[in-house]
Design a protein. Structure first.
Length: 383
């Protein structure tokens, strides 16, 4: 607040679900709102936006430090273009020392097909254009989501956030797509800087898991029709042509299921083990391509192949997999190198659906072992 001009800041809303925040409730222009139950990031932000009475909304994480004159450039840009959603350059604050490190101004937001946000450097003409106008807005295909400013009227016209999103993660991409496909602009403002503490792990849990982000999307589809939003193919062509659509995988596409759990690549790199996660039926990390000719079971997202060694299942670069993998629908086996893919629940967690409680191993095949029986459900794949 010390870095925010009083004439611009109308009211600061702090959201809390417990006693945290009492010490700032008495501060001028600060209102502390409390949930009566755990609501999650999205619903808390929307409730705060509903209470706010100023024409502009600024969303900030709690673990940030605003730099000098951070707010004025954001406000000025939205005054010029009320449908611009603007974010500052996000500098780095060390979580260990609180040292402030300035980030490059030659960055914009992107994502990969795991739907994971990433920063990417401006190259070629994009970099040249920015250097020709170093204080001008940087067009960005996505935003990080933790720090941005938006007109309240535009936020409400866009449908705010999706109130059916239960946990943190993914809302920034969904909002980015909606802003750009529905007539808005997404920009990074170089003259605005805010420091952010990047943590190494989440200090909280995700009830029900972090993969179940969306529920019923009927209302969001109706909203898309109402706003006459452009299709995602337009976004890929006009906004983010650098992102290439993956080629269709060879072989049959499957969900590999065991009860309510599905084999899931979990977005993990080569050398790590895949896992199991509650089946969601939307493809992604749970969709696998089985090429019977090559004997490979490949994640359609990471393009890594499932292989097995005694004691573990491993994601491996497909060219390095020597033995052929077989799917035996009659027995439900996934067989590689003479071993069967086996879900081995941890002791005392036999009924748990959490990934950490259900590691996968390569175990000698046994017709009496139910942990080795999988159901191979064909996936429609993308069209």
């Amino acid at each position: 607040m010390a870095s925010t001009p009083v004439l611009i800041m109308y009211r600061c809303l702090h959201y809390s679900c417990n006693s945290i925040g009492k010490e700032i409730a008495s501060m001028e222009k600060v209102i502390v709102l409390r949930n009566t139950k755990r609501e999650g990031l999205i619903r808390s932000r929307v409730k705060g936006a509903y209470v706010a009475s100023a024409p502009l909304l600024t969303f900030l994480d709690s673990h940030i430090e605003c730099n000098e004159q951070w707010l004025e450039p954001l406000v000025a840009r939205v005054h010029e273009n009320p449908k611009a959603v603007v974010a500052p350059i996000i500098d780095v604050i060390s979580m260990d020392t609180f040292k402030y490190v300035a980030a490059s101004a030659d960055l914009r937001g992107g994502f990969n097909w795991n739907l994971v946000f990433k920063w990417e450097y401006l190259t070629g003409d994009l970099r040249k254009q920015r250097h020709q106008n170093p204080t001008g807005p940087i067009k960005s295909p996505t935003m990080a989501g933790g720090l941005f400013l938006i007109s309240k009227a535009w936020f409400e016209e866009l449908g705010t956030y999706d109130m059916e999103m239960d946990v943190w993660g993914g809302e920034n991409l969904e909002m980015s797509f909606r802003v750009l496909q529905c007539g808005g602009s997404l920009e990074i403002i170089p003259c605005s800087r805010v420091g952010h503490v990047f943590r190494k792990q989440h200090p909280y849990t995700f009830p029900g898991g972090s993969g179940n982000v969306f529920q019923n999307i009927t209302e969001r589809l109706e909203l898309r029709e109402k706003l006459q939003c452009k299709p995602f193919s337009w976004y890929l062509k006009e906004i983010y042509p650098e992102l290439k659509v993956p080629e269709r995988d060879t072989g049959e596409l499957y969900f590999v299921k065991q009860g309510p759990l599905c084999l899931d690549a979990m977005g993990r790199p080569e050398g790590d083990a895949p896992g199991v996660f509650s089946c969601h039926g939307t493809g992604g990390n749970q969709e696998w391509a089985f090429d019977v000719d090559n004997g490979r079971l490949t994640s359609t997202v990471s393009k890594l192949c499932l292989s097995m060694q005694t004691g573990t299942a491993i994601l491996t670069e497909c060219a390095k997999v020597k033995d052929r993998l077989r799917i035996q629908e009659a027995t439900g086996w996934v067989v590689h190198a003479g071993l069967c893919l086996t879900r081995v629940p941890r002791a005392g967690a036999e009924n748990s659906l959490l990934p950490d409680d259900n590691p996968l191993e390569g175990v000698p095949c046994d017709v009496n072992d139910a942990r080795q029986r999988w159901v191979f459900e064909r996936s429609p794949g993308f069209q």
